[in-house]
Design a protein around this ligand. Structure first.
Ligand SMILES: *Cc1c(COP(=O)(O)O)cnc(C)c1O
Length: 429
C-alpha cells in the first residue's frame, strides 16, 4: 500500500504533484509519503494484534528524524545498529527502553552510551561481546539486558549481499552452540538474559524461509524460557517489497494496479502467527524496508540525452552516490517520467547518472520514453536504503528530503551546499 498515484497522467504523492515539488525544492530530491508509512505500520500492527508484540522499526532503512518521529508517535520501538542511530531515535522523541541494539561490531563507547540511556536489549552477536558488555555494565554499576542472535542456517533466497541467516554469514551464533553460549552469559554477573533474536536477511518475498527459521528455533526458545525466564523472541525483519513487476506492462496506469506484493504484511503475519502465539513470550518484529520502501521516491532531472552509435543514454542529475542500490545489489527501480504524455515507451536506452563510474546507472536497455533535458523522472520505491546510503562521492552535496502529508510538504532535510563539502577539512601545510 502506498500513496503514489497517477492523476491525469501526472504522478502525485498524496495530494501533492511531484513536478511541483521538484520545481519548489530542486533535484535530486527524495520525497516520502507520511500516510504510506503510517498505513504500513498500522497494517502490520493490526495484523499482529493477536500476539503480545512490539514492532521495532529498523532505523537503518531510513533514519531521517521526521520519519523516526512519525513512527515513534505511532508507538514504534526501534532496532538500531549504531550509537548514531540511538542518538537519532532519542532526538526524534523515541524511547530508549523500546530500542534493541544489534550489530556485529558495537564499540565500547557505543555500548556505554546505550547502557546509560537504558536500551531495552543488546542483541549480542558473539561470545567475546558478552564479556565486553558485562565488563562495561559492571563499571557503570548496571545490569545489561541481552539477547543472543542465533543464526538458524536457512536460505533466505535473496541477493547474497543481503542474506544473513546462513552459517557462512558473519552474523549471530550457530544453533548448535546456542545453549552453551547462553549458559556462559548466565554466569556473567552484570548481564540479564532477556531474550533471543534472529534475522535471516532482507527483501524476502516468501513466508517460507521465515517460518523455517522460526520452527528451527522454537525448541531452543522454549528451553531458554524455562532456564532463564526470557521475556521476548525477536524474529527480525526482512519482508520484501515490490520493485519490479510492472515494467513489462507498459500501460500508464500499471502503477495503481500492481501494488500488492506476493508477501503482504497481512500474509506475513498470518503465516507466522500460528507458530508464535503459543510461546507465551513477547514477540519483537524489526521491519525496515517493508514500512518505508514503497513510501519514497527519488526525483531526478534529465541533464543531457546522448546518442552514440550503440545506444541512447539519458543522463540525469541523480547518481549512484544518491541511490546506490542498483550498483550495490543489482537492484531495480521503476522509472516514471513526471511529464504527462511521456509515458509511452520509446527506443531502448540506458538511464545513467553523472558519476564517473560505469556502475552509475539506474536502468540498462529498457524502452524509455522520449525524454528531453529539463524533464523530471521519479525512481520509485526508493524510501528504504536510499538516502541513508548516499555519499558525497565526486564532491556531490547530499540531496534534500521532503515529507508529504496530504497536500502539505515539509522540508525534512536541507540540501547541502558546496561549502558543506569541505566542512571540517583543513589544509595541512
Ligand atoms: C537490517 C535489519 C533489519 C531490517 O531489515 P529489512 O529487510 O529492512 O526489514 C532488521 N533486523 C536486523 C538485525 C537488521 O540488521
Amino acid at each position: 500500500m502506498h500513496h503514489f498515484h497517477l492523476r491525469e497522467e501526472a504522478l502525485y504523492c498524496e495530494q501533492q504533484g511531484l513536478s511541483a515539488l521538484a520545481a519548489q525544492y530542486g533535484t535530486p530530491l527524495y520525497v516520502y509519503s507520511a500516510s504510506s508509512i503510517r498505513d504500513n505500520f498500522c497494517r502490520l500492527d493490526t495484523a499482529l494484534a493477536p500476539l503480545n508484540h512490539l514492532i521495532c522499526y529498523a532505523a537503518k532503512a531510513n533514519s531521517n528524524l521526521a520519519i523516526l518521529s512519525l513512527l515513534a508517535q505511532l508507538g514504534s520501538g526501534f532496532d538500531i545498529v549504531s550509537g548514531g542511530e540511538l542518538y537519532r531515535v532519542l532526538q526524534a522523541g523515541g524511547r530508549a527502553d523500546r530500542c534493541t541494539f544489534a550489530g556485529v561490531g558495537k564499540t565500547r563507547h557505543e555500548i556505554e552510551y546505550a547502557l546509560r540511556e537504558g536500551v531495552y536489549c543488546f542483541n549480542v552477536e558473539c561470545e567475546a561481546e558478552l564479556e565486553t558488555i558485562n565488563e562495561i555494565a559492571g563499571m557503570l554499576g548496571k545490569k545489561a539486558p541481552i539477547a543472543i542472535r542465533i543464526n538458524p542456517d536457512v536460505d533466505a533466497r535473496t541477493h547474497r549481499y543481503i542474506s544473513t541467516g546462513k552459517s557462512h554469514n558473519k552474523f549471530g551464533i550457530g544453533l548448535d552452540r546456542a545453549e552453551e553460549v547462553y549458559a556462559r552469559a548466565a554466569l556473567l554477573p552484570h548481564l540479564q538474559i532477556r531474550g533471543v533474536q534472529t534475522h535471516i536477511g532482507s527483501q524476502i518475498l516468501d513466508a517460507q524461509p521465515f517460518v523455517e527459521a522460526i520452527c528451527k528455533l522454537i525448541p531452543l526458545v522454549t528451553r531458554l524460557r524455562e532456564l532463564y525466564q526470557i521475556e521476548f523472541f525477536s524474529v527480525g525483519g526482512g519482508v520484501g517489497i515490490l520493485y519490479k513487476e510492472a515494467l513489462e506492462s507498459g500501460s500508464p496506469d500499471w502503477w495503481q494496479k500492481n501494488t500488492s506484493s506476493p508477501l503482504t504484511l497481512e500474509k506475513y503475519a498470518a503465516e507466522l502467527l500460528p507458530h508464535l502465539s503459543s510461546l507465551g513470550l513477547k514477540i519483537l518484529f524489526e521491519p525496515g524496508r517493508s514500512l518505508v520502501g514503497n513510501a519514497g521516491v527519488l526525483i531526478a532531472q534529465v541533464v543531457q540525452v546522448k546518442q552514440t552509435p550503440a545506444k541512447r543514454f539519458v543522463i540525469v542529475d541523480a547518481g549512484m552516490n544518491d541511490l546506490i542500490r542498483p550498483a550495490l545489489y543489482e537492484s531495480f527501480h521503476q522509472v516514471i517520467p513526471l511529464k504527462p504524455s511521456s509515458v509511452t515507451p520509446g527506443d531502448l536506452a540506458d538511464l545513467v547518472g553523472p558519476v564517473c563510474e560505469s556502475g552509475d546507472f539506474f536502468l540498462q536497455d529498457v524502452a524509455l520514453p522520449e525524454l528531453q533535458p529539463g524533464d523530471y523522472i521519479a525512481l520509485m520505491s526508493a524510501g528504504a536504503y536510499g538516502f541513508v546510503m548516499s555519499s558525497r562521492y565526486n564532491s556531490r552535496p547530499l540531496v534534500a528530503e521532503v515529507l508529504v502529508e496530504g497536500s502539505h510538504s515539509f522540508l525534512v532535510r536541507e540540501r547541502e551546499q558546496w561549502a558543506d563539502l569541505i566542512r571540517g577539512e583543513h589544509l595541512a601545510i
